[in-house]
Design a protein around this ligand. Structure first.
Ligand code: ARG
Length: 459
């Protein structure tokens, strides 16, 4: 296929160099954006009387047909074209002749590719937001289903205090709400049209950049044409939002993997989201969660890869920048796949409440509540803390839990202890008492669920 830039060169590009230079295998997915962008460009050129209405109409009709034909499969994208821009323009010219050759007036592939990529990523980010909301809904569903299930809360992966399982997983809903906010904020900065910046310096034609931007649904246009074609912040920033989101999914995955181990046995992932082993018949492996954890590294890599590509690039466009799409598309595809598998994996998981409760009953997880009991009866906290430590040691020595230690033992250490101590250190009571805003009490968790639901309905 003839190059759009064939003119000065007298020899054709070497075969290997041609393959090396080509980006169609990566950018062909932007065919819709490329065609829509060209339609808007044709309309702007006609409005500004740079081309005739008849030419613009012919272009817009033919571009519409090309879009339909690609979508229906009647037209295959030719892999020999250098990129999607070359393919669309060549096909247009093949269909309408000279009028097609007027499309590239007051435009360059430099502003065109920046436009296509922004348009494409805007719609991908909207899809990622929708998928994230699905995951938040799945989390809410599990939180409702197991609202009062008690589990050990951990610090240093050591049992720390009893918490509600619903409280624990709502932490992930809070993270994902921030991820949604970040994407919405990114959307504002991506909502800037580069089209009309041309190669780098603007154009001598009397174009209307704002009209073209408005037709394409942008809120603003790039202030500076050199920046307009050099800027890939929108790719980097989207990948950094996605890297943070993957970090959240990876932490969640890690917990799911731990919780489904024989050592924990807090949850059981459904058969649809686990695999077996080819040699060990007893195995039920949490592969999906492991893959999400693994793919997090890949998304981080995409981000660092583009940052490194851009570092040190002089203004304005350089061919290095063609490498942007491979990273950002990979990040977007990966995150979408991860979210698609994550939401139903959560929705179909079973929580093994009894095992969680059993784990919470061991490990003196209610020791803080014991110290609080004494403090509330007038003992200074530090003294109460020490005395509780002695009680824990005594229990450990004699094989008791704090709940089963006889009252005489308690009384022998402090006369402040009365029979009501058992009610105070009961796990459900410990959880119920942590009624501070954002805490683990059932009322607080209820309020958190309501907040997440409400916020989600407004997004
Ligand atoms: N395929 C190129 C890219 O993805 C399009 C821009 C080419 N511009 C140029 N001056 N060679 O970046």
């Amino acid at each position: 296929m003839e190059k759009l830039w064939a003119g000065r060169q007298s020899a054709a590009l070497d075969g290997v160099a041609d393959e090396f230079n080509s980006s169609i295998s990566v950018d062909s997915r932007m065919f819709r954006q490329d065609i829509k962008g060209s339609m808007a460009h044709a309309a702007m050129l006609a409005k500004q009387k740079i081309i005739s209405n008849a030419d613009a109409d012919a272009m817009i009709d033919a571009l519409g047909d090309i879009l339909d034909d690609i979508e229906s499969g009647a037209l295959a994208i030719d892999a020999r074209a250098e990129d999607i821009h070359t393919f669309v323009e060549t096909e247009l010219t093949r269909r309408i002749g000279d009028a097609g050759k007027r499309l590239h007036t007051a435009r360059s592939r430099n502003d065109q590719v920046a436009l296509d990529t922004r348009l494409y990523l805007k719609s991908e980010a909207a899809e990622i937001s929708a998928l994230s909301k699905e995951l938040i809904r799945a989390i809410l569903g599990k939180a409702e289903e197991y609202k009062t299930a008690i589990m050990p809360g951990y610090t240093h992966l050591q049992r720390a205090q009893p918490i509600l399982f619903s409280h624990h997983i709502l932490a992930y809903a809070a993270m994902l709400l921030r991820d949604l906010d970040r994407l919405a904020d990114w959307q504002k900065r991506c909502d800037v049209s580069p089209i009309g910046c041309c190669a780098l310096a603007g154009t001598t034609y009397d174009t209307d950049r704002r009209f073209e931007a408005a037709v394409l649904g942008f809120g603003d246009i790039a202030l500076n044409s050199i920046d307009g074609v050099s800027d890939r912040d929108f790719c980097v920033e989207l990948m950094s939002c996605l890297a943070i989101m993957m970090m959240h999914l990876s932490r969640f995955s890690e917990e799911l993997i731990l919780w489904s181990s024989w050592e924990f046995k807090f949850i059981e992932l459904s058969d649809e989201y686990t695999t077996g082993s080819s040699i060990m018949p007893q195995k039920k492996n949490p592969d999906m969660a492991e893959l999400v954890r693994g793919k997090t590294g890949r998304v981080y890599g995409d981000l660092v890869s583009l940052l490194t590509t851009l570092k040190g690039l002089p203004l304005a466009y350089n061919k290095d920048m063609q490498e942007d799409k491979e990273c950002v598309f990979d990040a977007v595809d990966t995150v979408k796949m991860c979210l698609r598998v994550f939401a139903p994996m959560i929705a179909s998981a079973t929580v093994l409440e009894d095992n969680m409760k059993k784990a919470a009953s061991a490990g003196f997880i209610n020791a803080t509540d014991l110290a609080d009991y004494l403090t509330k009866k007038g003992m200074p906290f530090r003294t109460a803390y020490k005395l509780t430590g002695q009680l824990v040691a005594r229990c450990a020595e004699r094989g008791f839990t704090l709940e089963s230690l006889p009252i005489e033992e308690y009384k022998s250490l402090s006369s402040l202890f009365e029979d009501d101590i058992y009610g105070e250190i009961d796990l459900a009571a410990c959880v119920k008492k942590r009624a501070s805003e954002g805490g683990t009490s059932p009322e607080s968790v209820e309020a958190q669920i309501a907040y997440v639901r409400e916020t989600l309905s407004k997004k």
